[in-house]
Design a protein around this ligand. Sequence first.
Ligand code: AGP
Length: 609
Amino acid sequence: MCGIVGYIGKRDAQSILVEGLKKLEYRGYDSAGIAMYTEAGLQVKKAKGRLAVLESHLDGAPLVGTVGIGHTRWATHGKPSDENSHPHTDMTMKFSVVHNGIIENYTDLKEELIASGVTFVSETDTEVISHLVAREYDGDIVRAVQKAITHLRGAYALGVLTEFEPDRLVAVRNASPLIIGIGEGEHFIGSDIPAILEHTRNVFILNDGEMAVLTKDTVELMTIEGNFISREMIHVDWDAVTAEKAGFDHFMLKEIYEQPKAYRDTMRGRVDSDLTVSLPELKLSPAELANIRKVHIVACGTAYHAGLVGKTVIETSARIPVEVEVASEYRYRCPLITPETLVIVVSQSGETADTLAALREAKANGAHVLAITNVVGSSVAREADSVMLTMAGPEIAVASTKAYSSQLIAFFLLGMYLAQTLSTQETAWVRGIVAAMLALPEQVEQILDNTDALREYAESIAVHEHLFFIGRGVDYAVAQEGSLKLKEISYIHSEAYAAGELKHGTLALIEDGIPVIALATQNALLEKTVSNIKEVKARGGVIFGISDVNEATALGKAVDEVYAIPATHPLLTPALSVVPLQMISYYASLARGNDVDKPRNLAKSVTVE
Ligand code: AGP
């Protein structure tokens, strides 16, 4: 899940590479480096640490040239260090490679190369590629790369340069994302669109098993076997500033505040004036939908938590049984998938390796795969049978916020569409929920206008090392997301429990002063949740309760502090209740002095298994 950028043209390559890497830092930030073709030949500068460290090295001794590749790393093989940073070179320093992915057979290749006299300077899997390319080179870098990659097993997006052919830049994609940017008299490669958006909006998206040969004036696309291919150019509409912070202190905060827009954009064009839902992107006829016997929702992390809410929404609205599973577990347990199974994969980035593998497993077993993703042209979007795009816009902060809540909106839309098409619920019921959905953006705005209490509470918990979240039904699903968010960016250990389950063991951990966040938005379950809250309170827990305005007074009697969210339909509460939890995590992270947008050990896009 490293970031790759490359440039070939007539402008100063160093600044283009460094600026591109800044946009990709969310993919990994253990180290960064660039290789450029300069008057002195191929030169590499790289350094452990954030991009700023590399920049300080370059400040004193810039590289001058118009061709280069750059990389920002999220360590998989070998610790973060100068040596393990990319770009990697061969022993003669004439070939340079940046890589995103994992070479699974690198140990065998390394042994073979060492036996033939090659000396390695890093612990990475990537270094084998630079030595292989050098070994295969016979005067044509394209042929050398093609031959080298026949030895590789695993996932890789590559950018390759050689000093012998300074007018060519070679890019390869196999199971790790890579795009080609088209300029005038200049071309780019990038792991992701924001890396090159400042320079061009016209891109080719490489598929697995494809490569590109770039000069400043031409781009040739071909299979890795060398067969030329043509590809439709995609024009990207994103505004470059959309991917910037726009005055907010952090991307995460900006993205939290963008949720009303993300909700509106995700519903736009899908909700008709008569409060029915249209989903033309779902490529299943009503008859085929009626044939669906079960639904599997497969995803990772936050997207998995959206799936937990999705389960309740689909089971309630369509009366079809739903299983939700973590993608890294799904394909290894021989899941029972049949052509009557609808498999929904959820992924903000659309590039998560585990989710992609689950998608392929589902397709191989004949299921129809519906992807809920935020990125057009992503691997998941391209391989799924149907694609429901969340319209959250680019999400940069590692901690997912607006992508998660837009996934909830997608599930609400899907649930209502199914209820309407399968007639599993009354029309009035569907319309009532759709009307309530349309009110959600404004209700989120109300929450975001009322964050002082959330900040104060977050600051009070920032000194704690442990915290619990409890809730019932969809509140439990949201509690799990709140807990992940808090762990991810504040590094406070927390656990989410179904409120009724605490007394079966976990209650032993409740002691004097331990903070507990209790979600109690399900009015029909309020009394039960309050009983569980009292069990916690009796053992010394300090409780911050979240309910809707109608129940805030009742809940207030049982907890130490209550925060009220606007009232909505019980199925829709996650789209509101998650917002205070996001804000609490944000402020707790700030209070602890953490890097909110780039939490330790994590990366935005997880393209390794
Ligand atoms: C969310 O805050 C996390 N960074 C992480 O759990 C993320 O949701 C997960 O890696 C899945 O990513 P995806 O949605 O891009 O597939």
